[in-house]
Design a protein around this ligand. Sequence first.
Ligand code: HEM
Length: 121
Amino acid sequence: MKPDVSNREDIEIVVRSFYEKVKADETIGFFFTEVIPVDWKKHLPLMCSFWENVLFFSGNYEGNPIATHRSINQQFPTKPEHFQKWMELFSTAVDDLFAGPNADKMKQHAASIAAVMMQKI
Ligand code: HEM
């Protein structure tokens, strides 16, 4: 049986695996390499803090994802098919190694944020 996501180290495993998939993906990879050339040394720890806050209320994430994605959308429109691919890769990255309430919570939270982003940006 797969373990649940239980600490920041587990989150790091999911986040790293997710962005490896993203970078190699022809539908959304270019957002991270060309639209916004992401500084991975900053982005990976930031995303780990984001998820740590979601799962464990760590209080160490203070960003504004809606504002960030509104700005990305202005540079290159993020469409439903991009969000769909993002969700597919994220769910696979979680499900490959983890299972349980926290793994489910990550996927549900990502899906509800994606829905809000599609409406609001
Ligand atoms: C079309 C789908 C998406 C694309 C192309 C995308 C792209 C990006 C990019 C390029 C950044 C880095 C911005 C920078 O370094 O300045 C970013 C940041 C971020 N993304 Fe996404 N994203 C998508 C969907 C999502 C979804 C569904 C979530 C839900 C969890 C999410 C959560 C975040 C967060 C929390 C940040 C950091 C925001 C900050 O504090 O500035 N993204 N995204």
